[in-house]
Design a protein around this ligand. Sequence first.
Ligand code: 6GU
Length: 249
Amino acid sequence: MRIDIITIFPGFFDTVLACSIVGRARRAGIVQIQCHDLRDYTTDAHRTVDDTPYGGGAGMVMKPEPFYRAVREVLGDEKAPVILLTPQGELFTQAKAMQLAAQERLVLLCGHYEGVDERVRQTVVTDEISIGDYVLTGGEPAAVVVIDAIVRLLPGATGNEQSPMDESFSTGLLEYPHYTRPSEFQGLKVPEVLLTGNHKQICRWRRRQALKRTLQRRPDLLGQAELTKEDHELLREIWQEMQDDRRGE
Ligand code: 6GU
């Protein structure tokens, strides 16, 4: 896979995309990531990327020509999704990450200031993504989030082909609690069942914990999760337990 980032802060990405799983995937040739300085696609001596808004008002707007030229030059004759990172975009989800991970190429455009000239959307942008309902200073941190979520799904990136599909949001449930040594820490013991070696019981306990955690923290996810008849029975049990706990308080 190849990802091109078009940004006014190419240096922003230097360390963050050299570390951890993304850095290793790049060194292994699983993904090629290139940053392009938007100012290299300006034509004036001051390398201007923004200007005041038509109609007046506060702030600056990113000019259309540098983004247009950058995308044209970076893509050449190739076709690829061109994604604008903006708080106005579609909310980024695991499903979207999986969809993008199936592409051979992506171009990410990082917006700034009050926004980008609307004609950037009309000419080169194919998708718009927001990473959540809050406002960042620019699209760069969002681009890092999107790249991280995509790269870890690429075959060979994590070294554990099973794990990316087995976790929160892929199964539609939050993960069960994890424990490692020591078996007792600050007076807190690891749940007995995990020490038994009884895989069937462990599996059932973990499923129950995943269901409980999701019900407590993100009940909105349960509507779309893939649940068996047994899961529904467990959920009823957990719900009853939670009601009893509340009455006991
Ligand atoms: Cl993609 N950009 C900015 N500037 N703010 C955001 C965002 C993106 N997603 C959430 N907030």
